[in-house]
Design a binder for this molecule. Sequence first.
Ligand SMILES: Nc1ncnc2c1ncn2[C@@H]1O[C@H](COP(=O)(O)OP(=O)(O)OP(=O)(O)O)[C@@H](O)[C@H]1O
Ligand SMILES: O=P(O)(O)OC[C@@]1(O)O[C@H](CO)[C@@H](O)[C@@H]1O
Length: 304
Amino acid sequence: MIYTVTVNPALDYVLQLEKVNDGETNRSSDTQFLAGGKGINVSQILNQLGVENTAWGFVGGFTGEELIRQLNVKQINSDFVRISDTTRVNVKIHAQQETEINAAGPKITDQEVAAFKARLDDLKPGDVVVISGSLAPSLPTDFYESLLPTIREKGAEFVVDTTGEALLRTLKFHPLVIKPNHHELADLFHTEFKSTNDMLQAAKKLLDQGAQNVMISMAGEGAYLVTPDHIYHANAAKGVAVNSVGAGDSMIAGFVGTWFETHDAAEGLRVGSACGGATAFTEDIAVKSQIDVVLPQIKIDVVE
Ligand SMILES: Nc1ncnc2c1ncn2[C@@H]1O[C@H](COP(=O)(O)OP(=O)(O)OP(=O)(O)O)[C@@H](O)[C@H]1O
Ligand SMILES: O=P(O)(O)OC[C@@]1(O)O[C@H](CO)[C@@H](O)[C@@H]1O
């Protein structure tokens, strides 16, 4: 089983309008409330790929009820811990440019945290836990790290979609894959890459520090996958990018879902690239028909 973890999910309130004029009353032409949060996006793509998964995390209040209602409509299995505070609303303004206002999130009590940690008792060898998104403000900054010893003791694999020091601290637990984009990878080494080779050498250092696979995403420029045996390159699909949100979540979902079923990392890169591209080409998270259009465009080359 794959479990996704979204400790701070959101209802994304998406407002469409032609232009935002600062300091004036602006009126939107269309609005939507969408179940959001990075782990939930991973679950959505896994569902589209037909890979069984369960979404874990914390939800509460009227927004939490709506979020669960939407997951049920989309037939996404979930087992969220119910909290007494209210799930956040994140505002996404789609106008002449995309502007996001992500709220901090609810207070989560010690009792609610304990109920969440008890979920990990269900893990079995071979399961994969994908942890994504920001922490709710009341959780300690090492919350994700604190889950990793139990996950590994249970024989499960994990992915933590994070950046910077928090990402580096996960490496000693041997994440199945890490997916910095090329800017985040350079930031990890406090540098700017002068060449592709510099970038790939940096990824190899992360393998040495414990990652099982390193996927470097480069938006419309494609992606690399660095494994202990090979380096693979995937081209980017051709299309009009209309959405800058969720391509990374979709790529991780495509990789993890494929790896879970085949243990073929290069195929994971191919499917992950298609899912990332398909989401970039749509307003929401991509659905299967959109992924199927993009998949034949992705070619994998063995670089090394
Ligand atoms: N404009 C695009 N055209 C084609 N493929 C794209 C495009 N944007 C993203 N992708 C695909 O999705 C993958 C992940 O995108 P990206 O590198 O933007 O991740 P990210 O920085 O984590 O994104 P986000 O923050 O939006 O989730 C890319 O490596 C690529 O395969
Ligand atoms: O505040 P976080 O947890 O970093 O990101 C939350 C979020 O922006 O991520 C998703 C897109 O990736 C959205 O559905 C959601 O609103």
